[in-house]
Design a protein around this ligand. Structure first.
Ligand code: ADP
Length: 612
């Protein structure tokens, strides 16, 4: 592959280059010429089979003209290129093709000539060209450009046409004087022809938005100052208070709004393609060239904005230059990416929120079930304790009855025993309080309520259920010791639920010692403060826990009892853990089981009371 490429390059380098002489009508810097040159070189560089060598010459019109100058130029070119005769000549613009046609006999007689950027109307005015002078003519579309201006500014009443003082400028003026009035309708047409540049700029500066300006620029003004048409048009566009239109694409960017324009670069490319075909051996007559270079509607977007031209009036096929991308066009990808990320993020957040809501409601449902279960379990415990509760209430009722009997006897006996009667009444009141206290506590224990979080002293809470437990222990002939902590031991949470834990543990302990001889039926409940924890220990000397059962003890529905439900310990653990504590079972060193509940101790001032 590389070898082949190398051989081709060597062959190309070895091939004799072809000479192309490019003769421009004007000077080197005329922008149209620069664009033609660019197109010409681009076309030949990419198509010619042999290297091409370009030589450029300039007639420098309109600065230099006349018969003597033409004579000088002819001999100069002939002598200069005698040793390097051109293989093809490209004539750029009207004057160059006319010059070459006229002096052909003295200049490179049989060398083919390709013209570019030569206007059709100019060619028509020349004697017919020989068959080996070929090219695609163009036409500056003055009428089309003016029609565009009038379409984009429908309200204007004045058309100002500016032309210059050189022969070429005068040719344009003549043409415009013919072409403009029929397009103007009832608008006023003013010609600013052959004026001084200062005058032109002054007059344009006084226009208003009732006018449009049309100019092909000029090469020379009245004072003989030389310009290239692009610079002249640019000066006008800057000074003018009305929009300026022109027929050349080189005007774009100077401040001119636009026009119907053939492309100078395209003209250069077209000429280059023709030269290439001639080099490859095509006969000039066989070329079948287009009749004329196409024109296109071209506008400068910045001027469209400046003159507040209605966007809809610009045809969709117009070539729009210098369009500043809108924010959307410039940052579309970034914006789409950002929007996508935003959307994804929003979706993620929404799904997380949804998930959180679902979890919350699931948690709430579980919490509600736990509360209901805990309540049901309390009812069950109360059922178990019915006999003791009845006993607890019966005792004060019995005492009240006894007191009432005693009072009755005193009253029947007569006499003044007021003191004794008062003592009896006091006793009745105390016993009544005892009975109602039992009922109050029972109601508190059995009431259905939402779990709350309030600080309370564990000693008090244990003491309250202690009464009931003592009664039950007495009924079952069990010795129950309840040892409170030496100081108030504050925890935070639901008092009733913590009491329920103690009840469950104590009743289990009572079950465990039930079959033992009476002297060994002992249970001990101890409340202590251990560093940051409040600890309740329930210890019995019963049958203990089988090692296999230990891991399953707190599972729901695990029971070794004949009529057991297996819910007491599982509910106890749920309650303790909801309070941020722990519960564990172990073997008591003296035989039997030991259950220990640890709850975080709190500072009662620091805990706000809230529903959990
Ligand atoms: P239930 O009392 O209805 O069986 P629990 O969840 O309260 O349900 O207890 C589960 C099991 O734990 C009991 O069946 C028993 O085997 C065991 N257990 C609980 N407390 C003790 C204890 N103090 N001594 C020995 N075993 C116990």
């Amino acid at each position: 592959m590389f070898a082949l490429w190398f051989v081709l390059v060597q062959a190309a380098l070895a091939a004799e280059p072809r000479n192309v002489l490019v003769l421009y009508s004007n000077n080197r810097l005329v922008p149209g010429n620069v664009a033609v040159d660019r197109g010409l070189r681009a076309a030949l560089a990419s198509t010619a089979d042999r290297p091409v060598q370009f030589f450029s010459e300039f007639l420098d019109r309109p600065e230099f003209s006349g018969a003597a100058y033409e004579e000088t130029m002819t001999s100069y070119l002939r002598d200069k290129y005698a040793a390097r005769p051109p293989d093809a000549i490209v004539a750029v613009n009207d004057d160059a093709v006319e010059f070459l046609a006229r002096n052909r006999d003295r200049l490179f007689r049989s060398v083919p000539i390709v013209h570019a950027s030569v206007s059709q109307s100019f060619l028509r005015g020349l004697p017919p060209l020989p068959g080996d002078i070929v090219g695609v003519p163009m036409e500056y579309d003055f009428a089309g450009t003016l029609a565009l201006a009038l379409r984009l500014h429908p309200g204007v009443t004045r058309i100002v046409v500016v032309t210059g003082a050189s022969t070429r400028d005068q040719g344009w003026e003549a043409r415009l004087r013919r072409e403009v009035p029929p397009l103007a309708g009832n608008r006023q047409v003013e010609f600013l022809a052959e004026a001084s540049t200062a005058d032109v700029l002054h007059r344009l500066g006084e226009l208003g938005d009732d006018a449009v300006v049309f100019t092909p620029g000029y090469f020379q003004d009245r004072d003989g100052r030389i310009f290239n048409p692009r610079d002249a048009a640019g000066m006008m566009a800057v000074a003018s208070k009305a929009p300026v239109y022109g027929p050349f694409d080189t005007f774009l960017g100077t401040g001119v709004v636009g026009g119907m324009m053939p492309s100078f670069e395209a003209m250069g490319r077209q000429a280059g393609t023709i030269v290439d075909r001639l080099f490859r051996g095509d006969a000039p007559a066989s070329l079948q060239l287009p009749a004329i270079m196409p024109t296109a509607l071209q506008v400068d977007w910045r001027q469209v904005r400046r003159w507040r031209i209605d966007n809809d009036a610009i045809p969709a096929d117009a070539i729009v230059h210098f369009r500043e991308p809108t924010f959307w066009e410039e940052y579309r990808h970034l914006a789409i990416l950002a929007a996508a990320i935003f959307l994804l993020q929003a979706m993620l957040i929404a799904s997380l929120l949804l998930e959180r809501r679902r979890r919350r409601s699931a948690e709430q449902a579980v919490q509600a079930q736990r509360t209901a279960l805990a309540h049901a379990s309390r009812l069950a415990v109360a059922g178990e304790l019915t006999a003791s509760i009845a006993h607890e209430i019966n005792q004060p009722l019995g005492a009240i009855q006894t007191s009432a009997d005693a009072a009755d006897m005193i009253l029947q006996a007569g006499g003044d025993r007021r003191e004794d009667l008062l003592r009896i009444v006091t006793r009745i009141r105390r016993d009544n309080l005892r009975a109602s206290d039992v009922i109050r506590r029972l109601r508190a224990l059995l009431a259905k309520h939402e779990p709350e979080r309030v600080p309370f002293d564990l000693n008090d809470a244990v003491g309250e259920v202690g009464t009931l437990l003592h009664a039950e222990a007495a009924r079952r002939r069990i010795t129950l010791d309840i040892v409170s902590a030496t100081a108030p031991t504050w925890v935070a949470g639901d008092r009733t639920q913590v009491q329920q834990v103690l009840l469950n543990l104590a009743l289990n302990a009572m079950d465990a010692v039930a079959d033992l001889p009476e002297d060994r039926r002992t249970i001990r409940v101890v409340v202590v403060r251990d560093v940051g924890d409040a600890v309740i220990t329930v210890r019995d000397r019963g049958h203990g826990i089988a090692p296999d059962d230990l891991p399953r003890l707190f599972d729901s529905f695990f029971s070794t009892k004949k009529h057991g439900m297996g819910l007491g310990l599982s509910i106890a653990r749920t309650i303790v853990e909801a309070h941020g504590g722990t519960i564990r079972a172990s073997h008591n060193a003296e035989g039997g089981a030991e259950f220990q509940v640890r709850l975080p101790a709190v500072d009662p001032q620091a805990v706000p009371a809230v529903s959990a």
